[in-house]
Design a protein around this ligand. Structure first.
Ligand code: CA
Ligand code: CA
Ligand code: CA
Ligand code: CA
Ligand code: CA
Length: 480
C-alpha cells in the first residue's frame, strides 16, 4: 500500500471515538428514601397533562414502599406498601370510564403485581388492585407495555431464575385493575430491568450478566429474540440494570441502559438494529453540591419538556451511594445528555406518543423495484389514506397492497425486492381488480390516538401476465 495513503488512515485510527464516556452533573437530587442500605431502586416519570411544571417522579424504596417527588426533589408522598422493586406507569389507561395514570410495581414482599392510580390534583398514589395478583415466578423487575396493534395494556415481570411472565391488565368492571396471565418465556439467567416500546411493539430485557435482549412484546410473539448489546465485548459491564425509552417524533428515539458495572449509561438507536450511539457517566456537580451516581439500578427518561426546571426533557437515575443520606434519585437535564454525545442526540421536547401533536408523513423507498405505488394523501387519523398502484403493462389481474410493522430489504424474489419485514406484524392486506391500469386504494385510518406516531411499511404487487411484480415501498407514520 502507498504510504501516503496509509498515514492519514493511521491518524484517523488514533482520534478518540465518540465511545468515550462523557461526565455529566445532576441538576437536582431527591430527598433520601426512608430505608438505609440498598433500598432505592427504580424511578418512573409522570408528565402532568396541563401544567408540565407539576410533573412528578415516582421512586421505589424496595424495602418499604413508593415515594412521589416533585421536580425539585421534594417528597410529596411516601406510600408504605410491601417491597416494590420496580415501578412503571402509563398515562392513558381507562378505568371506570375515565382516563387515568396507571402505576404498577413488582412487590417482592408478597410476590404480586401491585397497581395504583396517581391523582393528578393531589399528586398522590392510591391502590387500585382488584385482588391479590400473585405471580407464578419469584418477582423481581417489571415494566408496562401498551400494544400499538390492539391497544391492550400488559405488565411484564422478570425473575432471578430467568422466566418472564406477561399479564394483561384490565378494568374489572368496578374501577379496579385486574390481570390475566397471557405468556411465560425464559430468558435463561437473572433478569431485572425491562422496558417496552409502545410504538414498535418490542420489549427489551436486561439479563444482568449477559446483556440486553429484544423480544416481541405481543403475547403471541413467541420466543425469538435479538441480542441488542452484550457485556462480553459490547458497551455494557455487568450488571445490566435499568432500561428506558426516549420517544421522539417519526419513530425516532433511543434505548437507554444502566451499565452498573462501570457506572455508565449507554444510549442506542430506538430503531433496529439499535446501533450504539454514546455513553455517559454522572459525576459530582461542584456547582450545586450534588454528588455523582454510582451502582445505579433503575433509570427513566422523558423527551417532554417539564416547564422551566427541565424544558428539554428529564433523565432520572437511582444513586447507589448518596453523599448526605440514604440512597436517592438524581435528575439530569436531557439537553446535557444530548449535547454530550457526538453527534448530539435529538432534543424533541414536544412530541407526546400518547397525545399526537405530530403530523402524518410518508416517504418513498424504491429498493430494486419500479416506483409504481404512489401516495395520494396523508395517513391522518380519522381519515381515508389514498394510494394508487399502477399495474399498466400487466394483463388484468389482482392488485394487492400490504402494510407491515417493520421495513425490510435484501430479499429478492422473481417478482422483485421484498421491502417489508415478513417476520413483523402484518397490519393490513387489501386486494382489488386492476384492468391493466391503476388500482386506487382508500384505507381507513382509525381515529384513535393510540395509532399516533405508529409507523407502517407498505408495498404493493401487481398480478397478471406477463408476471407478478412487486412495487416500491411507502413508509408512513400515522398522525394528524
Ligand atoms: Ca442496588
Ligand atoms: Ca439487579
Ligand atoms: Ca435493582
Ligand atoms: Ca452518589
Ligand atoms: Ca447527595
Amino acid at each position: 500500500m502507498n504510504s501516503s495513503l496509509l498515514a492519514p488512515l493511521l491518524l484517523l485510527a488514533m482520534v478518540p471515538l465518540a465511545s468515550a464516556q462523557a461526565p455529566l452533573g445532576a441538576r437536582v437530587e431527591t430527598a433520601p428514601v426512608p430505608t438505609s442500605g440498598d433500598a432505592a431502586d427504580d424511578p418512573a416519570i409522570w408528565v402532568h397533562p396541563t401544567n408540565p411544571s407539576l410533573s412528578v417522579v415516582i421512586g421505589t424504596d424496595k424495602e418499604s414502599g413508593l415515594a412521589v417527588y416533585d421536580l425539585a426533589g421534594n417528597q410529596l408522598q411516601f406510600l408504605p406498601d410491601g417491597e416494590p422493586n420496580n415501578v412503571d406507569l402509563r398515562r392513558n389507561f381507562v378505568l371506570g370510564g375515565q382516563e387515568v395514570t396507571l402505576v404498577t410495581a413488582s412487590d417482592r414482599a408478597s410476590n404480586r403485581l401491585a397497581a395504583y392510580v396517581l391523582d393528578p390534583v393531589t399528586r398522590t398514589l392510591s391502590d387500585v388492585t382488584a385482588r391479590d395478583i400473585t405471580l407464578g415466578i419469584e418477582v423481581y423487575g417489571s415494566c408496562l407495555y401498551q400494544s400499538p396493534f390492539t391497544q391492550r395494556f400488559y405488565f411484564f415481570c422478570t425473575s432471578k431464575d430467568g422466566p418472564v411472565e406477561q399479564w394483561r391488565l384490565f378494568d374489572d368492571g368496578s374501577g379496579r385493575v385486574n390481570a390475566l396471565h397471557v405468556r411465560t418465556f425464559d430468558v435463561g439467567g437473572q433478569c431485572e430491568g425491562c422496558v417496552a416500546d409502545d410504538g414498535t411493539g418490542y420489549v427489551f430485557i436486561g439479563e444482568e450478566t449477559e446483556g440486553v435482549w429484544r423480544y416481541g412484546a405481543e403475547p403471541t410473539a413467541g420466543t425469538g429474540r435479538v441480542l441488542v448489546d452484550s457485556t462480553d465485548g459490547g458497551h455494557l459491564e455487568a450488571d445490566v440494570e435499568g432500561l428506558s425509552i426516549y420517544y421522539a417524533s417519526g419513530g425516532r428515539g433511543y434505548l437507554l441502559v444502566s451499565s452498573q458495572g462501570d457506572n455508565s449509561f449507554a444510549v442506542y438507536d430506538r430503531q433496529a438494529p439499535h446501533a450504539f450511539l454514546s455513553s455517559f457517566t454522572i459525576v459530582a456537580n461542584a456547582g450545586n453540591g450534588i454528588d455523582g451516581v454510582t451502582d445505579c439500578d433503575g433509570i427513566d427518561v422523558t423527551n417532554l419538556g417539564l416547564g422551566s426546571a427541565f424544558p428539554g426533557g428529564l433523565f432520572v437515575a437511582q444513586d447507589g451511594s448518596n453523599t448526605g443520606g440514604n440512597q436517592n434519585f438524581k435528575f439530569l437535564d436531557w439537553r446535557d445528555v444530548a449535547a454530550a454525545a457526538n453527534p448530539p442526540l435529538i432534543v424533541d421536547s414536544l412530541y407526546d406518543p400518547y397525545r399526537c401533536p405530530d403530523l402524518a408523513s410518508f416517504a418513498y423507498r424504491d429498493g430494486a423495484n419500479p416506483p409504481i405505488l404512489v401516495n395520494q394523501s396523508l395517513p391522518r387519523l380519522g381519515s381515508s389514506w389514498r394510494i394508487d398502484l399502477d399495474c399498466s403493462g400487466h394483463a388484468s389481474g389482482v392488485a394487492l397492497v400490504f402494510g407491515y410493522a417493520r421495513p425490510g430489504s435484501g430479499i429478492f424474489t422473481g417478482a422483485g425486492e421484498v421491502l417489508i419485514d415478513p417476520q413483523s406484524a402484518r397490519l393490513f392486506r387489501v386486494g382489488a381488480q386492476h384492468l391493466g391500469g391503476t388500482a386506487t386504494f382508500d384505507l381507513t385510518v382509525p381515529l384513535d390516538l393510540v395509532f399516533c406516531g405508529m409507523p407502517a411499511h407498505v408495498q404493493g404487487s401487481c398480478w397478471g401476465a406477463p408476471a407478478r411484480e412487486l412495487s416500491n415501498a411507502i413508509d408512513i407514520v400515522l398522525g394528524f
